[in-house]
Design a protein around this ligand. Structure first.
Ligand code: SF4
Length: 214
């Protein structure tokens, strides 16, 4: 059941980080978003953006990825972690999308997760940022930290945190939860050092060390 607390949290984050509700990955259209998101695990958005700038010039359609020479595609992803595995997943997913989904990025979590290299988090990011569809909430490492400090979850397991957040946060905010928690996690609620004195939630957060006295 959504609470006043989660409503207040979301309202404040929406106001404070108004210009950062959307993903920091640079893309144009669902094809580029899917590829960028598949490259993002274990990488910063900045690293992904630096690679995709040239990648999207060279590979414009799923056919381009499906027909790519795997060695060449791997080399084109060279700047990011696990580039060989990611290159294989992108190529295989592109073939599958052509064969099974008429060349279009599927619009459900279940279908997206059939693609090699696409887990629930990637699927949620694509649905949310590509189509404005909210079937769930993408949980990354920042979301884990923030959700636990706000006591909206009490576990490190992403699939359970997603369920907790879906239960506690009104659905109208689901589209923005992930990006706003990531932004808060990068700004004040860092895993290794929380800076509560600067945080927009400092007076209501159960983990705040900067609550006003008295
Ligand atoms: S008040 Fe502190 S612990 Fe709570 S969300 Fe802000 S930075 Fe994190």
């Amino acid at each position: 059941m959504p609470s006043d607390f989660s409503e207040t949290v979301m309202k404040r984050l929406m106001k404070k980080y108004d210009d950062q509700r959307d993903t920091m990955l640079r893309f144009s259209g669902p094809t580029q978003l899917l590829v960028a998101t598949m490259l993002s695990p274990q990488c910063t958005d900045k690293q992904v953006n630096s690679v995709t700038e040239g990648l999207f010039e060279k590979y414009r359609t799923f056919k381009d990825y499906a027909n790519a020479d795997i060695e060449e595609l791997s080399a084109d992803l060279g700047g990011i972690n696990f580039y060989k595995t990611k290159a294989r997943h992108v190529k295989e997913s592109a073939s599958m999308i052509i064969e099974q989904f008429n060349g279009r990025v599927p619009k459900t979590i279940g279908e997206l997760m059939m693609l090699p290299g696409v887990g629930r988090k990637v699927a949620n990011v694509v649905l949310t940022n590509g189509f404005g569809i909210t079937e769930g909430i993408a949980i990354d490492t920042h979301c884990i930290t923030v959700a636990n400090r706000l006591r909206l979850a009490r576990t490190r397991r992403p699939e359970l945190i997603e369920k907790d957040l879906m239960r506690k946060i009104p659905k109208k905010y689901w589209l923005y939860v992930s990006n706003l928690f990531i932004t808060l996690g990068r700004d004040t609620c860092k895993a290794n050092k929380k800076e509560c004195a600067r945080c927009v939630l400092k007076d209501i957060c159960p983990s705040s060390n900067a609550k006003p006295s008295g």
